[in-house]
Design a protein around this ligand. Structure first.
Ligand code: CUA
Length: 380
């Protein structure tokens, strides 16, 4: 038994060492340390199961792991026993008679067919139960919040039809609320994934190809703190050059705080300094792609949408940009330097970016940074 226990402890050491190095790699890649919610150590832990949807998937994982473990033991223990017990030398082997042949034995063949069928049924039934817990579009429980998730190369658009809000790359959610995501894409196939919430779902282009995901948002880990709790999201379907940089953050708020967020969302930008005023003028050049509520860019958007067929702006809505923690779809923190680097040369940060270098002077970038980072910040 001693060598076996040694081997097991060595294997577990090796496993934890490699997990640790993977985690430190993830830590150095992200430029800001993720403030993680409570007991969860990694920002993309798929086993956290913080929603009913995630817990359902973990339940199927657990059943499958237990059954697979039993099969593993049931096969490997007799195998190891037989190897040790019936070991013979080559010379001895040559003298042995042929073992009893079982080919065509009905009872044996029936047994080793029926056992896997039963085991697979034990896995299949809970899997079906969890899959069918996802309601069809017409079965969506009344009172759940509908959020449209639209995938773009390489950023996320979030629309709240009931609140008239469109935002990007930061998905604000009230806690403990049934939410119904309607997933679609304007270009290629993406995949919507907040690992700690549970499994991913494809985001497909084309009319009628929408996918639906229903879940109840998690409760707050630290209800005494303000400002919401952040969870990392990531596109999980190879969708082009910057697929790996197509990230977002889900922010779970206390219900009253979410309502305050929604209430101030459309407040017009507060332009205070001369620099912000100059930035407001520079932003005129950005209006064919970006919208900020209660500014002329909103009128341009209305005109574009009134065209036949309607034309959607190519870039993210920036109404609440000043309040966002990250920029460039969750790849950089929203600092003045990162803003400058992004606007100066977007493809240097996100290869293949649809936003091209605009040739703005350093002074113009500084001004538009002041306007976007301060004037559009909302207090809630
Ligand atoms: Cu979008 Cu990968």
């Amino acid at each position: 038994m001693k060598p076996i226990s040694k081997a097991i402890s060595r294997a577990s050491c090796l496993l934890s060492a490699s997990m640790f190095s993977l985690y430190s790699l993830a830590g150095s890649f992200d430029e800001h340390p993720y403030e993680l919610s409570a007991s969860f150590k990694t920002p993309m832990d798929t086993l956290a199961g913080l929603t009913d949807w995630g817990q359902g998937i973990n339940y199927v994982y657990a059943i499958t792991t237990i059954i697979v473990g039993i099969v593993f033991l049931a096969v490997s223990i007799p195998l190891i026993y037989a190897i040790r017990r019936f070991r013979v030398s080559d010379e001895e082997f040559a003298t042995l008679p042929l073992p009893k042949q079982v080919h065509g034995n009905v009872i044996l063949e029936f047994t080793w067919t029926i056992i896997p069928v039963i085991l697979l049924l034990f896995i299949a039934v809970p899997t079906w139960q969890i899959i069918f817990r996802q309601p069809e579009k017409h079965q969506i429980p009344p009172g759940s919040m509908r959020i449209e998730v639209i995938g773009h190369q390489w950023w996320w658009e979030f629309r709240y039809p009931s609140l008239g809000i469109t935002t990007a790359n930061e998905l604000h959610l009230p806690e403990k609320t049934p939410v119904y995501f309607e997933l679609s894409s304007v270009d290629v196939i993406h995949s919507f994934w907040i690992p700690q919430f549970g499994g991913k779902l494809d985001v497909m282009p084309g009319k009628g190809a929408e996918n639906y995901l229903f879940l109840t948002t998690p409760s707050l880990q630290h209800p005494e703190q303000n400002g919401g709790e952040y969870y990392q999201g990531q596109c999980a379907e190879l969708c082009g050059l910057s697929h790996a940089l197509m990230r977002f953050e889900a922010v779970v708020h206390e219900k009253a705080e979410f309502e305050r967020w929604a209430a101030v969302f459309h407040n017009p930008p507060v332009v205070q300094t001369a620099l912000e005023k100059k930035g407001e003028l520079v932003f005129m050049q950005c209006m064919s792609c970006h919208t900020i509520s209660k500014t002329p860019s909103e009128d341009i958007e209305k005109q574009m949408l009134a065209m036949d067929p309607p034309v959607h702006k190519a870039g993210p809505n920036l109404t609440d940009f000043g309040s966002r923690r990250m920029l460039a779809a969750g790849t950089r923190t929203n600092t003045a330097q990162n803003f400058h680097d992004w606007v100066d040369n977007p493809p240097s940060i996100k290869p293949g970016s649809r936003m091209v270098p605009l040739g703005l002077s350093k002074a113009d970038i500084e001004a538009v940074a002041a306007y976007l980072r301060y004037s559009t910040a909302k207090t809630y």
